[in-house]
Design a protein around this ligand. Structure first.
Ligand code: UGA
Length: 434
């Protein structure tokens, strides 16, 4: 079976590499020549654990090319894994998806299955099928199938090789047969539905997780007011297997390339159809205000940040990735810069990307200790393991005023006991041991 993958971002590249790991020959296409060059040398252009190793291991089965004709013309299955970024109105921008569809329509010479892996609004697969019918250069049959992706950044390889489920949305037996063949080596439950249900499963899953996070963040905010402890509350909730313990970590809100975009896209789709998803609208609203919590908390200690030494630990939207899309740090740090703070920041992999977003006003440090030196306040925005293993006494030793605003609850209240510092986290009591 000859497989082609359009797009070498998180979805496309990880899919291509994991399919090669399962024995298929895969040709990955991208428009970026420098990325293609890197990948040919066995280097992943994205920071993702285990990906480069797997690329090198399967190099005989992987081809990287700029030439879409070479990849698509005689492929049996073509995956579309390009981005569907948010448009100004919150809807999904499908320009890249249709761009690939144009190329496929131009060059395919034999019957094939086009599999849409990109997250697309419900009904898009039907439209793509019609799009092909209107444009095909050669009289061949193209089957369109939806196969949403459920990988998370940072654990993308593991999530793909050991998927929670494989969802296949098809309208005909040929597409189902071919996709069953593609995923033959994968050990995961396989669900076959129609295309619209498959498209909906993706949005409904992501938006439910986003909702769970916003829900627990609201409960955390209330815990702070009434004197309960969110860590104990979530622990108590999680014994109920109907609730579970996952995605109940309170913090400064969800970021990344998926939840913010997919919540807005579903909300947009509902209103476009004269409908309203009130819960998702609320999740979006809660998330936006949650990002501002650290600055609000800090304002109890300082009227403004002018001339203050501010330490920032963690910039990325979550650990294990260098991705900054919709990261809460991108909301908070510019506020501090505008206020005239002297900012020192540390992140193991996110600094270069952050410089592109916020080009001035920040000193980037190699170590956490250097970042904390003489700081008047410290913000923790990402729960990197390097932060979680710190002995809290380092804040007292290094900082001028040991005030820590922890947006990711990296330390337990017990850890801080007896340490002469101020420690504010999310959904827990303020600790002031000064
Ligand atoms: C998310 C989903 O988890 C994947 O299943 C999905 O395939 C992917 O989107 C996608 O659509 O491509 P991802 O955005 O990589 O994956 O990251 P998550 O681990 O889900 O985290 C998203 C955000 O939620 C992060 O900012 C994280 O800090 C936050 N979060 C997560 C919390 O605030 N609390 C939690 O308990 C969990």
């Amino acid at each position: 079976m000859k497989i082609a993958v359009a797009g070498t971002g998180y979805v496309g590249l990880v899919t291509g590499v994991c399919l090669a790991e399962n024995g298929h020959s895969v040709t990955c296409v991208d428009v970026d020549a420098s990325k293609i060059e890197m990948m040919r040398r066995g280097i992943s252009p994205i920071y993702e654990q285990g990906l480069s190793e797997l690329m090198r291991k399967n190099k005989e089965k992987l081809t990287f090319t700029l030439d879409f004709k070479e990849a698509y013309a005689d492929a049996d299955v073509i995956f579309i894994g390009v981005g569907t970024p948010e448009k100004r109105d919150g809807s999904a921008n499908l320009a890249y998806v249709y761009g690939v569809a144009d190329q496929i329509a131009e060059v395919v010479t034999k019957e094939c299955v086009v599999v849409v892996k990109s997250t697309v609004p419900i009904g898009t697969n039907d439209k793509i099928e019609q799009y092909f019918a209107d444009r095909l250069q050669n009289r061949v049959k193209i089957h369109v199938a939806s196969n949403p992706e459920f990988l998370a950044q940072g654990t993308a390889v593991r999530d793909t090789l050991h998927a929670s489920r494989i969802v296949i949305g098809v309208e005909d037996a040929y597409a189902e047969k071919m996709l069953r063949e593609v995923y033959r080596g994968f050990d995961a439950p396989l669900l076959v539905t129609n295309r619209r249900s498959a498209e909906m499963i993706k949005y409904a899953s992501n938006d439910f997780l986003a909702l769970k996070i916003s829900y627990i963040n609201e409960i955390a905010n209330l815990c702070e007011i009434i004197g309960a402890d969110i860590e104990d509350v979530t622990k108590g909730m999680s014994y109920d297997t109907r609730i579970g313990s996952k995605f109940l970590n309170a913090g400064i809100g969800y970021g990344g390339s998926c939840f913010p975009k997919d919540t807005k896209a579903l909300s947009w789709l509902a209103s476009y159809n004269d409908n309203e998803i009130k819960t998702i609208k609320a999740a979006i609203e809660v998330n936006e205000s949650q990002k501002l919590k650290p600055v609000k908390k800090a304002s109890k200690y300082y009227k403004d940040f002018r001339g203050l030494n501010v330490a920032v630990l963690g910039l990325t939207f979550k650990p294990g990735t260098d991705d900054l899309r919709e990261a809460p740090s991108l909301v908070t740090v510019p506020i501090l810069v505008d206020d005239g703070a002297n900012i020192k920041a540390w992140d193991p992999v996110g600094c270069d990307n952050f410089k592109k977003h916020v080009p001035e006003g920040i000193t980037y440090c190699e170590t956490i200790e250097e970042t904390l030196k003489d700081a008047d306040i410290c913000f923790i925005f990402t729960e990197w393991p390097e932060v979680k293993v710190l002995n809290p006494s380092v804040f007292v030793e290094k900082m001028r005023h040991p005030i820590v605003i922890d947006g990711r609850n990296c330390f337990s209240v017990k850890d801080i006991k007896g340490v002469p510092m101020v420690y504010e986290s999310i959904g827990r009591a303020v600790i002031d041991n000064r």
